[in-house]
Design a protein around this ligand. Structure first.
Ligand code: DGT
Ligand code: CA
Ligand code: CA
Ligand code: ZN
Length: 597
């Protein structure tokens, strides 16, 4: 964790505790300051060394907060924060993980019932104590109870977008070590699952001990969980990182094994058994001449594990492709390894031609400072051009349900923005095509708050749900079907509105929405924001099977968020999306043809 993130976390904690004790306004100031500290390009400890004035240069950081930042950097703690922690000794992160429970609720429940943990919250709700507290009722109590399991799970799993950068940092650290031949991520992170239990890394090397030693000394590691022969686990940024070091000859078999999923491995192993072969993390072995493959002893390094596992004649294991090939299978992309038909498809040579990160030719869902983005139209356009995109669509928020604090554009502002976008487009005519769109809000009934006349004038309309996300399946399905059927809607944006580990979002009948989208010619978005990854792989698969088009968009509010596109592409791959299925992998002409149709 960078020092800026750490300081920002303290300010956010400060804000939560202040809010819980009933203080007004100040929490907002602390949260704004936290956000700016987190995004600030300069290291906050360097500023703190220069003094409070230098820290105060950060946007939204006033004198009082600057003083606290300096105090924290100098002493490692903030006295006032310590006092607040004593007044309110609650596990704020765990409790506020429950949807509908904010810092204020935590404060009230602590005062009334002394609740400090998730277990205590659950017990109190089950005992009917919460509905007796003033300001709470039976419905609130039931909601809390219903939302606790989701909160528990979210505490155990890390978002892909948080884990992947940690894995990337570990990869580059390990790659640079002496004696390391190959390094790969495996496990769920290689399969690009939306949430990660732990990060798995695999190294091919003959030098096990020095690498274990170097790994436990990795500067990003906060502590070592365990270190053994050929394997070690550390914690980094709150996530467990497992490293295994294997013999270079066995790297492919180990990579295949530790990538999982377990269910995929079972399916592949069964195929091996059918062929008289035995597959494990050490290799693929021909055991047709071995009497009892599980007990035969034929060891090359004498280790206990090896005695029972390296048997018969080895037919593959150096490379992962070699393992699949020896089983008469096409190599299965990691994103597909969930035992949902990929082994049969690989056997028949009909694996999909998956979309790849380099296929994306423009973003169809982006924001600027006209709504809640942080950058001007020109800055976003320049960043898109710099990435080599062929086109870029500006889709700020329209007003409507879910848009609070005047964020959305009304119809006059949309018309005004059309001129601004045209002007920006004129400036970069030769570099990139700039289109004017909007992100309209789908209300609870599936209608849009923006008029048909205004929508008709725009190049592209993304329609997304931003409110009423607790609907039942039937209403949610009707709502989304109605939105994709809307004649002016081109893209259904983040269809469920889920926020990973924060709120589950809508739970529509994805087949019904997919079929409606396919017949209406509306694309279904994979929102690449790592907090969303919405539609998820399952939804994408339904969409692709129904013949619907997919759009992979970042919903960028800042140029750096264009980098999130990889999370969207890999999520689309988890849904078996081919390049041809993806709208923004198409040429400008084909995009315009789709939008006209
Ligand atoms: P996670 O960490 O919960 O997000 O999910 P994974 O898939 O990364 O699971 P993890 O870290 O427990 O193990 C990584 C992979 O190693 C897993 O996908 C399959 C393989 N693996 C590990 N232990 C076993 C096992 O006992 N049996 C089998 N068949 N495979 C295993
Ligand atoms: Ca894992
Ligand atoms: Ca693991
Ligand atoms: Zn958006």
């Amino acid at each position: 964790m960078s020092r800026n993130d750490e300081v920002a976390d303290r300010l956010d904690e400060f804000a939560d505790l202040l809010e819980a004790t009933g203080v007004e306004y100040k929490p907002t100031a602390y949260r704004r300051a936290a956000e700016n500290v987190r995004d600030h390009p300069a290291a906050v400890e360097a500023l703190a060394e220069e003094g409070e004035d230098a820290v105060g240069e950060i946007d939204r950081v006033g004198d009082a907060i600057a003083a606290k930042i300096v105090e924290y950097v100098e002493t490692g703690s903030i006295e006032e924060l310590e006092e607040l922690r004593e007044t309110l000794p609650v596990d704020m992160a765990a409790l506020t993980a429950v949807e509908g429970v904010g810092p204020k609720t935590v404060g009230s429940l602590y005062e009334a019932l002394g609740i400090t943990t998730l277990d205590e919250l659950e017990a109190a709700a089950e005992a009917g104590e919460i509905q007796e507290v003033s300001g709470f009722g039976a419905t609130t109590e039931q909601n809390i109870l219903d939302n606790i399991p989701f909160a528990r799970e979210s505490r155990e799993r890390t978002r892909l977008g948080d884990a992947r950068p940690v894995a990337d940092a570990a990869l580059s650290y390990l790659t640079a070590l002496d004696g390391v031949e190959v390094v790969e991520v495996c496990g769920s992170i290689r399969r690009w699952k939306a949430t990660i239990g732990d990060i798995d890394l695999l190294v091919a090397s003959d030098a096990r001990d020095p690498i274990v030693e170097a790994f436990t000394a990795w500067p990003d590691a906060d502590d070592t969980i365990e270190a053994g022969t050929g394997k070690a686990s550390v914690r980094a940024d709150g996530t467990r990182v497992d490293l295994r070091i294997v013999d270079p000859d066995e790297f492919g078999a180990a990579l295949q094994y530790f990538t999982g999923s377990r269910a995929h491995n079972v399916a592949v192993r069964n195929r091996a058994i059918e062929r008289g072969l035995k597959l494990n993390e050490y290799g693929l072995f021909d055991v047709r001449d071995v009497d009892d493959a599980d007990e035969s002893i034929e060891t090359d390094d004498g280790s206990a594990e090896a005695t029972a596992t390296r048997v018969g004649e080895r037919v593959a294991g150096g490379t992962e492709d070699g393992v699949y090939e020896a089983l008469d299978l096409e190599s299965v992309p990691p994103e597909l390894r969930e035992d949902t038909g990929e082994v049969a498809a690989a056997a028949e040579g009909r694996l999909p031609d998956l979309v790849a990160p380099g296929d994306i030719r423009g973003d169809l869902h982006t924001h600027t400072d006209w709504s809640d983005g942080g950058f001007a139209i020109e800055e976003m356009v320049a960043a898109a051009a710099e990435r080599g995109y062929d086109y870029h669509v500006v889709t700020d928020h329209a007003t409507g349900p879910g848009m609070v604090g005047g964020v959305g554009l009304d119809e006059a502002a949309i018309a005004e923005q059309a001129d601004a976008v045209a002007a920006a487009a004129g400036e970069v005519e030769d570099a990139i095509e700039v289109l004017h769109g909007i992100e309209a809000n789908i209300d609870a009934d599936g209608d849009l708050a923006t008029s048909d006349e205004t929508l008709a004038d725009l190049d592209l309309v993304v329609a997304s749900p931003h409110s009423g996300l607790g609907q039942d399946t039937e209403s949610a399905t009707e709502r989304l079907v109605s939105a994709v059927d809307h004649p002016h809607v081109d893209v259904l944006g983040h269809p469920t509105g889920r926020l990973i580990n924060e709120r589950p979002g809508l739970d529509p009948d994805v087949e019904a929405v997919a079929e409606a989208a396919a017949s209406a010619g509306t694309a279904i978005e994979v929102n690449a924001n790592p907090a969303r990854l919405d539609a998820d792989g399952g939804f994408v698969r339904a969409a692709v099977e129904a013949g619907a088009t997919i759009a992979v968009n970042t919903d960028a509010h800042a140029p750096r968020e264009f980098d999130n596109v990889r999370y969207g592409v890999h999520t689309a791959r988890r849904g078996w999306a081919e390049t041809a299925d993806v709208l923004n992998a198409r040429s400008l002409d084909d995009l315009l043809a789709f939008l006209d149709g």
